[in-house]
Design a protein around this ligand. Structure first.
Ligand SMILES: [Zn+2]
Length: 366
């Protein structure tokens, strides 16, 4: 994931009361997952989304508008501020929801155990709507809330919908490589109480894929996802080459049907560019799948490659510089790149308790 700097400093405005609902809340259930869809007015440049909690463990809000949107604040039912965007705009990352990245934003709450549990009552998420001039005062924000009822946050199932780009499912090298990599993915997740429920589809989508959200194909693809499925598109190349093993739509990723509702991976980059999978390539490919879907579930790199940005977890080493970071975190699943010598790459399959907790609090982990 690339970081985008927030283009505008958003000034704090006083709270103006409750959610400005424009229509009725549509609610539907799919097992332990509830979906509520509604629209909210943002006459002062902020959409206030009410989240009624009655026994759910986590929620995910996807807010979409014609303008740029980002989460500015979360208030608990007592009106206490529990997240303010500026606190997470420095060198520690908690959620990509506070970044102004586009016309949609995705928040999963809570993220960590220290963020507390969801108490019963009405939570409120403030979403800022801006254009190049500042706050945009006449927008409608479409809100899709997903809420999960799943008291066991140590044992969870993630559904992955693995979609092959045009012709790749019929390519025996690719399909055998994907199957073997998925087995490695399950092996990496297993010790942390995460199980994978994978389904496979062929498609006619292009074998060279754009970044998530930068192709009309991604919106079409998202329309066919259902329930808590995370879509993983198996491409040959990303952005015309092999610079990327894979890219997640956002951190966290949405369970709604937006154009960024997917992870894209390049099978050819993971195969090392020679068109065949060695055992090491398979292991790397499996770890790439677990890593990218890990981003989708809300995990950041424990440290970025510039060595001056870290995740918000207190049990991932706050290392300094390349040598220190490779030494302390090189075997972590979310390390930003594979650590290799002349003969092989280090297995990257470790998650801390903090990272495991984030994965289980993802609303799609049921
Ligand atoms: Zn990454």
């Amino acid at each position: 994931m690339t970081r985008l700097l927030r283009p505008l400093a958003l000034a704090a405005l006083p709270l103006l009361g409750a959610c400005d609902l424009l229509d009725d809340v549509l609610s539907e259930f799919d097992g332990d997952l509830e979906t509520r869809s509604f629209s909210v007015d943002s006459s002062d440049g902020k959409a206030r989304v009410d989240v009624e909690i009655d026994g759910q463990e986590t929620f995910q809000l996807t807010a979409t508008s014609g303008q740029l949107v980002a989460v500015e604040a979360i208030y608990d039912p007592d009106g206490e501020l529990v997240l303010y965007w500026e606190d997470w705009y420095g060198n520690e990352s908690l959620t990509g929801a506070v970044w102004l990245e586009g016309r949609d934003t995705v928040l999963n709450w809570p993220v960590r155990s220290v963020d507390g549990e969801l108490s019963a009552g009405t939570w409120q998420v403030e979403v800022g709507v801006v254009d190049n001039e500042g706050y945009y005062t006449d927008a409608t924000v479409d809100a899709v809330l997903k809420l999960k009822q799943d008291p066991d946050l140590s044992d969870g199932v993630v559904k992955a919908r693995i979609v092959y780009a045009d012709g790749l499912m019929q390519d025996e090298v690719v399909s055998a490589g994907v199957q073997a990599a998925v087995a490695r993915w399950e092996e990496v997740w297993g010790p942390y109480g995460l199980s994978l429920d994978a389904g496979y589809e062929s498609s006619a989508y292009s074998t060279d894929q754009a970044f998530p959200g930068e192709s009309g194909e991604h919106e079409d693809l998202a329309q066919d996802a259902s329930g808590s499925e995370v879509t993983v598109l198996i491409a040959e190349t990303i952005d015309g080459g092999m610079d990327y093993y894979g890219i997640a739509g956002s951190i966290p990723g949405t369970l709604d049907h937006t154009g960024r509702a997917l992870v894209v991976v390049s099978w050819l980059a993971n195969a090392g560019g020679d068109g065949s999978f060695s055992d090491d390539d398979v292991r790397l490919f499996g770890e790439t799948l677990a890593h990218e879907v890990g981003h989708y579930m809300g995990l950041f790199h424990p440290v970025e490659m510039t060595w001056d940005y870290w995740d918000a977890l207190d049990d991932t080493d706050a290392c300094q510089g390349q040598g220190d970071c490779e030494g302390g975190l090189g075997d972590n699943l979310m390390f930003p790149y594979p650590v290799c010598d002349w003969t092989s790459c280090l297995a990257q399959d470790q998650l801390t308790d903090g990272q495991t907790g984030v994965s289980h609090r993802y609303t799609g982990t049921l």
